[in-house]
Design a protein around this ligand. Structure first.
Ligand code: RIB
Ligand code: CA
Length: 338
């Protein structure tokens, strides 16, 4: 029985790695992909996402454009990291396919309603695991506009935040920093609606890595297929950061859906700092291990208890990504782009 998933992306080099894994792994049923501005403007994100799905032979998966900007913050991209086109400036032919005409929130609403209906009356559980890999703007809009959609959500496994470190700033991780209000809304709504949440944050994000040598093997697959694209994405990061290996990034969150035992999690209260001058966008993960009397804690209990990923079987996830993407070699051979 496959696991139904929907990815919310800001493709992005590592979002592209995640899309390849989700599109190709036999244990997942990729129902849709929704796009938000983040690493790159949302139009580039849509184009990049369609390009990746085309390389994976998966243009059957609907892709919808979502929020172009955060709820309150002004959009700030990360093209200095992901390249001017947002996907490593690989000179890879852009897909000519078109996005679904619906807004991301409408596509999510429709897919989740169908999943809830299909799971009713003792039918097998086909509720969807949402995998946000971008600023959480689309999910915040969904959960506040259509709270009934929660009936179709099995869980949320999101890449974002951190218990200990930052990257966009010393305090905050990029996806949460980009739209802190959206992250706070999602955690609040998930707590209110009883949606389980797993946070795949920076504490584990950088650990599953693929070497330049393994990437070169993928590139040699050629044929403008998924394996070649995956290799070029890793090679781009190695070159961009002058390193012998590169993280699979967002793809690690998809690995956590496929192989949950590869992460060690603790269920902890999590809040998002919205006001701090130097700490805005920080995920405040409460790791106090004392029984403590929260009645006297001026901040009380956080709205959401989140399964926070604190350790990862990095090698295992890197191999999972490599085996899945390189396994596409034969797919590339049959359905390769001309
Ligand atoms: O902080 C890392 C996150 O920000 C990843 O999702 C990356 O793609 C960027 O969106
Ligand atoms: Ca991302």
């Amino acid at each position: 029985m496959t696991t139904p998933v929907i990815l919310d992306v800001d493709t992005g080099v590592d979002d592209a790695c995640a899309l390849l894994l989700a599109a190709l792994h036999p244990g997942l049923d990729l129902r849709a992909v929704t796009c938000a501005g983040g690493n790159a403007p949302v139009e580039s994100v849509v184009r990049n996402t369609l390009t990746v799905l085309e390389a994976a032979g998966r243009l059957d998966v609907p892709v919808a454009r979502g929020a172009a900007r955060p709820l309150l913050e002004h959009p700030v991209d990360a093209t200095h990291v992901h390249g001017l086109d947002g996907m490593g400036d690989l000179d890879w032919p852009k897909a000519r396919a078109h996005a679904d005409p619906r807004h991301a929130v409408e596509l999510l609403r429709d897919e989740l309603a169908a999943a809830a209906a299909a799971s009713a009356d003792g039918s097998p559980d086909r509720r969807i695991t949402l995998v946000p890999l971008a600023p959480l703007t689309n999910l915040a809009l969904l959960l506040r506009t259509h709270p009934e959609a929660a009936a179709g959500i099995r869980e949320i496994v999101f890449m974002g935040g951190a218990a200990h470190v930052g990257n966009a700033t010393a305090s905050a991780e990029f996806n949460v920093f980009h739209d802190p209000e959206a992250a706070a809304v999602v955690l609040d709504a998930a707590g209110e609606l009883g949606i389980p949440v797993t946070m795949y944050g920076l504490d584990v994000f950088y650990e599953p890595r693929v070497s330049a040598a393994r990437a070169a093997e993928l590139v040699r697959a050629g044929g403008r297929g998924a394996a070649e694209l995956g290799g070029r994405l890793i090679a781009y990061q190695c070159q961009r950061f002058s390193s012998a290996a590169a993280t699979i990034g967002d793809a690690g969150a998809v690995c956590a859906v496929i192989d949950r035992s590869g992460v060690m999690t603790h269920r902890l209260p999590v809040r998002v700092e919205l006001a701090g001058t130097w700490s805005r966008g920080r995920t405040i993960v409460d790791r106090r291990d004392w029984s403590g009397d929260l009645d006297h804690d001026p901040h009380g209990v956080a709205p959401a208890a989140v399964d926070v990923c604190l350790e990862v079987e990095a090698e295992r996830y890197a191999e999972l990504w490599l085996e899945t993407v390189s396994g596409a070699r034969s797919r590339a051979g049959t359905g390769a782009r001309t």
